[in-house]
Write a protein that binds this ligand. Structure first.
Ligand code: UD1
Length: 379
């Protein structure tokens, strides 16, 4: 029995294609949802959109400090491993649930497979960087998305026979859902598409602690994004963490917050960016694929925009995904107002970017992973 761990929003897109291929190969598995993300629009809607089965086991750990959250996942996960020891545990990405379950498994002598291994921002102030470094040190099978990641792992002393360059499962999911995204009504509902014509708009996401946990940083960013909004309407589906910070710092006057998007169409002319609750996978993919520009501090969105050929400005000083800078449509702009405005104007003046495909971002990553797992489990 394989345990497949998912806890937070970006994990769900990564497990989806693996689940399909495990099913196809007839391998027995259980989905373990740690409950790190628990809101309907951070979790449940993704299981529906991605056609994932209801998790077999729900640990329900919820929010907390890093130590509390990681500790709670470890205790709950250890207990289920005691009840029934899996033959292998698959963890994905770099969230607290990833490192927590990898650590428990390694100590119980259960082999760990890490999907999306080897990415490094070389910035240890990022909680995800710590999670990535630790998970990779104790994993037995390391599945990578690019050759940079293989190099990083070798540099950290991971032997070659543990590293498998298989491609990008998040992109498998993107390809699997593009047709559904084309059929989404979200652009029409928001007034971005009328009489078959798509208007120009920018899509924004923001949730990294380094951008939203300090009042002055968040305030400055919202101010510059409001300036961008003067040139192109900016739609901002906000992570609950960001929403909470905006309220806490009393910055709500810097956004126009609409809770029920089905009733709103006239917002484009408003003076501030439009903040809406988090969107589901299909609607977000639809918006991303037709956007003139994406502004984000997310990791996965840097990869998705590369494949979609949509210009992406990353509101961070570094990235663990440099391949999207070299081979894709991504640019790092940090939080420098001048650079953000300059790059936005450049993109608005440009023709559309080309679609790019880094090696093995071809929709077949999960298939390669399951092939390796079959060989490994036979040994
Ligand atoms: C986590 C991941 C991050 C990932 C992000 C995607 C870690 C260290 N971070 O960050 O890598 O990019 O998910 O979303 O694991 N909250 C809710 N409802 C929810 C979930 C969270 O209200 O369903 C609020 C809580 O107030 C919580 C805060 O958001 O304290 C942060 O959630 P948490 O899971 O700790 O980290 P994220 O910022 O979501």
């Amino acid at each position: 029995m394989i345990y497949l761990v998912a806890g937070a929003r970006p994990n769900f897109m990564k497990i989806a294609p693996v689940v399909k291929k495990l099913d196809k190969a007839g391998l027995l598995y259980k989905i373990i949802h740690t409950g790190q993300h628990y809101d309907a629009d951070m979790s449940g809607s993704f299981f529906r959109d991605l056609d994932l089965p209801v998790p077999h086991i729900y640990l329900g750990v919820g929010s907390g400090t890093h130590a509390q959250q990681t500790g709670k996942v470890m205790m709950a996960f250890e207990e289920i491993c005691f009840e029934s020891k899996p033959s292998l545990v698959i963890v994905v990405g770099d969230v607290n649930s990833t490192v927590a379950c990898a650590l428990v498994s390694a100590k119980l002598g259960i082999p760990v497979a890490h999907v999306e291994a080897g990415l490094r921002s070389f910035d240890r102030s990022m909680p995800e960087e710590i999670n990535r470094l630790l998970t990779d040190q104790i994993a037995d099978l390391l599945f990578t998305t690019c050759e940079d990641a293989d190099g990083n792992l070798r540099h950290e002393g991971i032997p070659d026979d543990k590293i498998y360059f298989v491609g990008n499962v998040m992109i498998d999911t993107l390809y699997n859902h593009l047709k559904m995204a084309e059929e989404s009504e979200i652009l029409k509902r928001l007034g971005f598409e009328e009489d078959g014509r798509v208007k120009d708009y920018a899509l924004l996401t923001l949730h990294r602690p380094s951008n939203v946990d300090e009042q002055i940083k968040l305030e400055n960013l919202l101010n510059v994004l409001n300036q961008v909004h003067q040139n192109i309407p900016v739609l901002f589906p906000a992570h609950p963490r960001t929403m909470k910070q905006i309220k806490k710092f009393d910055l709500i006057h810097l956004v126009r917050y609409i809770e029920d998007i089905s009733s709103e169409r006239s917002w484009v002319s408003g003076k501030n960016i439009l903040m809406v609750p988090p969107l589901g996978y299909i609607d977000f993919l639809s918006l991303m694929s037709k956007a003139k520009l994406v502004l984000t501090d997310s990791g996965g969105i840097q990869e998705e925009t590369t494949i979609l050929g949509i210009p992406c400005l990353t509101l961070r000083e570094n990235t663990e995904r440099p391949i999207t800078l070299r081979e894709g449509t991504n640019r790092l702009v940090g939080s420098d107002p001048e650079l953000i405005l300059e790059e936005t104007s450049r993109i608005l003046g440009d023709r559309a970017s080309e679609k790019k495909m880094p090696k093995y971002w071809d929709g077949k990553a999960a298939e390669r992973i399951v092939d390796v797992l079959i060989g490994y489990l036979k040994k």
